[in-house]
Design a protein around this ligand. Structure first.
Ligand SMILES: CC(C)(COP(=O)(O)OP(=O)(O)OC[C@H]1O[C@@H](n2cnc3c(N)ncnc32)[C@H](O)[C@@H]1OP(=O)(O)O)[C@@H](O)C(=O)NCCC(=O)NCCS
Length: 148
């Protein structure tokens, strides 16, 4: 599994993965045009975040979005993982492990980066198992939200 920063040409498959993920994990049908614009906005403004994709033999088999949280406690940046998706036919083959390992490597190598965080739907047991398998701690915080 090869992990690389996403390029503009990856935008359509990243958008498709997001629509599939929303249907699978939350049972919701996202608006295609909105998601396509939302993905393109990241490529247009690096301050918003950065996508990474995983490839096997040139085929994109997974993606995630990294966004940035400033930590004044640590005087550094925490990477947030969003929009993580591996299509069903490629699961349990180490694709997420490779994506996560790549991010860990970036954080370990850069003094300004302090760690990795993410949130997960409380009913998504498979993803929770995967995060625990990477050694991440799910006990520390609860997530609260209000979305318009
Ligand atoms: C969660 C997800 C990204 C995992 O990706 P993956 O490429 O299948 O994960 P990996 O093969 O790298 O698994 C790494 C380890 O995590 C654990 N794991 C992964 N999926 C698991 C599952 N369904 N059940 C139990 N443990 C699991 C295992 O310990 C696994 O190691 P092993 O296969 O050697 O036992 C993938 O299932 C997915 O895309 N799900 C739908 C979208 C989603 O839930 N995204 C996250 C939203 S927060």
């Amino acid at each position: 599994v090869l992990v690389r920063p996403a390029v503009d040409d990856d935008a359509p498959i990243i958008a498709r993965f997001q629509i599939e993920m929303a249907r699978e994990t939350e049972g919701i049908c996202l608006d295609e045009a909105t998601v396509a614009a939302g993905v393109r906005a990241v490529f247009a403004d690096q301050g918003k975040g950065r996508y990474f994709v995983a490839e096997i033999d040139g085929e994109v088999v997974g993606c995630l979005l990294v966004t940035y949280e400033w930590s004044d406690w640590r005087n550094g940046t925490v990477l947030w993982v969003q929009s993580l998706y591996v299509p069903p036919e490629h699961r349990r083959g180490g694709v997420f492990r490779a994506l996560y390992g790549h991010l860990r490597g970036l954080v370990e190598a850069d003094d300004s980066l302090r760690g990795i965080r993410l949130y997960v739907n409380s009913g998504n047991a498979a993803a929770q198992r995967a995060y625990e398998a990477m050694g991440m701690d799910g006990e520390h915080y609860r997530l609260y939200e209000w979305l318009k």
